[in-house]
Design a protein around this ligand. Structure first.
Ligand code: NAD
Length: 302
């Protein structure tokens, strides 16, 4: 069993590290937020107070951070991973970040003598808790093969998406599709209610019909229908609006760079932007139902 350094113990990092500990690994966890570290320590993670301590003696280092700027800072800044990890350590970034940042990290890591794999995930916090995440790995064959064994206890599916940055490219396209289907589920939930349908009965019908989607099954924005949905908890974030907004923005920027127009993605982005503008960046992205019906069940009335 390995010693694993882990940086970023938020909504995703916490359940992911729990599964690594359950698989018998020693996990040394660090986060800027002391409460996140304490919560991870309750799951058997060894709490440490700096990046240097997290990576000391680690065979592999994982990062699970919000955005490209955070990942760049954690790897490249003074006191960061590249400064303190032992040469040859395998570095795995599971954050969802822009392809340019991912490629910059690949290049810097390679120059400094490390193996680096971009390894974003899909499956939400429910997939993280169940150890059934889909991992999309980008990098050289040998590095990806090395990463596979460490990733296994957290994964339901592991794909080698391609070379450097390919994991991130696959991930932003996937999340763009998720945001569009979430928009559909939210609009469906509102229209079903306004047409007088019982929420559970409609969900049961759509679930076995052509309106079904992962968003509907996992994040249905109506309380009391789907256990894993943030709608049951006042839309406290399982996947924050700010992160969903970031991902769809990355997809739109990628589309622009290759001369493609994506009208549905633009609608999803505008709806997430509206939530951000109205002060809900930290709430769950399924709160987009509020834009369609501010009085929908479970929507915070503040
Ligand atoms: P989160 O905001 O809950 O957690 C991120 C953690 O990183 C926070 O605890 C924060 O304190 C920590 N952090 C930020 N900067 C740091 C630094 N410099 N040093 C140490 N710690 C630092 O986010 P999350 O929901 O866990 O998501 C993490 C990544 O995974 C994001 O890129 C997100 O897009 C992606 N993702 C999230 C989900 C989801 O459903 N939540 C699903 C798939 C992928």
């Amino acid at each position: 069993m390995a010693t694993i350094g882990w940086i970023g113990l938020g909504n995703m990092g916490r359940p992911m590290t729990k599964n690594l500990v359950a698989a018998g690994h020693t996990v040394r966890g660090y986060d800027l937020d002391e409460r996140a570290v304490a919560a991870a320590a309750d799951n058997g993670v060894e709490a440490v107070g700096s990046i240097a301590q997290a990576v000391e003696g680690a065979e592999v280092v994982f990062t699970m951070l919000p955005k490209g700027e955070h990942a760049r800072s954690v790897y490249l800044d003074e006191g960061g991973v590249l400064e303190f990890a032992a040469p040859g350590t395998l570095l795995v970034d599971s954050s969802t970040i822009d392809v340019d940042s991912a490629n910059a990290l690949h290049d810097a890591a390679e120059k400094a003598g490390f193996a680096f794999v971009d390894a974003p995930v899909s499956g939400g916090i429910s997939g993280a808790a169940a150890g059934t995440l889909t991992f999309m790995l980008g990098g050289a064959d040998a590095d990806v093969e090395r990463a596979r064994g460490y990733v296994e206890p957290m994964a339901g599916n592991i794909f080698h998406a391609g070379g450097n940055g390919a994991g991130q490219a696959a991930k932003i396209v996937n999340n763009m599709m998720l945001a569009i289907s979430l928009q559909g589920a939210a609009e469906g939930a509102v229209l079903a209610r306004k047409l007088g349908l019982d929420a559970q009965t409609f969900w049961d019908i759509a679930h076995v019909s052509s309106g079904d989607s992962w968003a509907m099954r996992t994040w249905y924005p109506v309380p009391g229908i789907v256990e894993s949905a943030a709608s049951n908890q006042g839309f406290d974030a399982t996947f924050a609006t700010a992160l969903a907004h970031k991902d769809v923005g990355l997809a739109l920027a990628g589309a622009e760079s290759v001369g493609v127009t994506l009208p549905a993605a633009q609608v999803a982005f505008d709806n997430l932007q509206q939530l951000m503008d109205e002060g809900y960046a930290g709430k769950d992205c399924s709160l987009i139902i509020r834009n369609i019906d501010p009085e929908a069940p479970g929507v915070p009335q503040d």
